[in-house]
Design a protein around this ligand. Structure first.
Ligand code: ATP
Ligand code: LTN
Length: 338
């Protein structure tokens, strides 16, 4: 008899809140690509999460498709991965309600992302921003994901997901898999090029602080050239606060070339920031140009993107219904006659 190999499940999502940055790539997407061959993988565009900040409807539609195109452009094979849009699958918001009834306000109050986003001047502090982590927990638990590749800033949300899952399992018997985050050792928090003490973010960073995967090569070169460093000149990785700029650039360099920091330091031993930045710009352009070309091409082929999304959502929906049915039964909702 053939032995059936049960693959573990990987799941992650990215918000269509702007153009994907090199931070999203190094912190999360590089791992999405690396893991695609050995696991059952589900990668979503979390459009419902994006609604926690005001969105222009037309732009949101465009950005959502653009993220799917960028998933494929960085190397995710639609034949091997379930690529889909969160709102295409029924179950995420239903489970959010159920898990919300198990989540303490104290837990939500501890979430640093909520504290950061709601303390920004002029922030639109809505209930969605507050309950955001419960929707994320539903995304993960609905598919019994074993591993969740994310950047450092999402670690706390995955921890909350684990707590919610354990609470449910304890109260209603074993139901959910307890997920674990997969966070890269280097590059889990790429910083803003203009303010290297803040995270590079696709919606919060200014234009010159972030490198978009689909930036034009000339724009990339300009942004790297004007990246904030310090008055020193030595290319050296240091934890000192004033060295945050060069430390960030070294991290990007190392992640795109797979050279160790020590090797890069050696290579630039007697050279200055100018030389280093010029080389880094070439490296980033070489890495991102094919991604941009492929993305631009895919965006002209909406029929193809729609076919990818259709099959991704169909297979995700089957899993979601199954899990939601199980949860409904366990908590005592009467099964609907069909
Ligand atoms: P927003 O600015 O809208 O909050 P974002 O740029 O922070 O968005 P998300 O969609 O929230 O990006 O994150 C997608 C994935 O990319 C998550 O796994 C997140 O941890 C990771 N990520 C985001 N920014 C960075 C960064 N600067 N460095 C490393 N990983 C990052
Ligand atoms: N909150 C995440 C995006 C996200 C996510 C998920 C990540 C929503 N649902 C499920 C992993 C698994 C963020 O990066 N801001």
């Amino acid at each position: 008899m053939d032995e059936q190999v049960i693959q573990k499940t990987i799941l992650s999502g990215i918000q269509p809140t702007g153009q994907l940055t090199i931070g999203n790539y190094i912190g999360a997407m590089k791992n999405f690509v690396r893991l695609q061959n050995d696991y059952e993988t589900l990668y979503m565009v979390v459009d419902l999460h994006a609604l926690t900040v005001p969105q222009d409807p037309k732009e949101l539609r465009h950005k959502t498709l653009s993220v799917i195109a960028q998933y494929i452009s960085v190397g995710l094979d639609p034949e091997k991965n379930n690529l889909f849009i969160q709102s295409h699958v029924t179950g995420h918001t239903e489970l959010t309600w159920i898990l919300g009834c198990l989540t303490g306000l104290g837990d939500l109050n501890r979430m640093t992302q909520f504290k950061d986003k709601s303390s920004k001047p002029g922030a639109n502090i809505n209930a969605g921003l507050y309950t955001y982590p419960i929707l994320m927990a539903s995304d993960i638990l609905l598919y019994n994901a074993d591993f969740v590749p994310v950047g450092e800033d999402q670690k706390q949300h995955v921890e909350l997901t684990r707590d919610i899952a354990m609470k449910f399992n304890y109260r209603y018997s074993d139901t959910f898999t307890i997920p674990e985050p997969i966070i890269p050792k280097s590059g889990a928090r790429i910083m803003d090029l203009q303010n290297p003490l803040a995270k590079m973010s696709k919606s919060d960073s200014g234009e010159s602080g972030r490198l978009a995967l689909i930036d034009e090569p000339s724009v990339i070169a300009k942004k790297i050239k004007s990246a904030v460093t310090d008055s020193g000149s030595e290319i050296k990785f240091s934890e000192d606060e004033e060295k945050a700029g060069i430390r960030n650039l070294l991290t990007i360099y190392s992640n795109l070339t797979e050279l160790s920091i020590a090797d890069i330091e050696l290579k630039y031993k007697s050279r200055g920031y100018g030389d280093f930045k010029k080389d880094l710009a070439d490296i980033v352009v070489e890495k991102l140009s094919p991604i941009k070309l492929k993305h631009d091409d895919l965006m002209k082929n909406k029929d193809y993107l729609e076919s990818v999304l259709k099959s991704g959502a169909e297979s995700a929906q089957k899993k979601a219904w199954k899990m939601l049915g199980k949860v409904y039964r366990k908590i005592g909702l009467v099964q609907a006659a069909r």
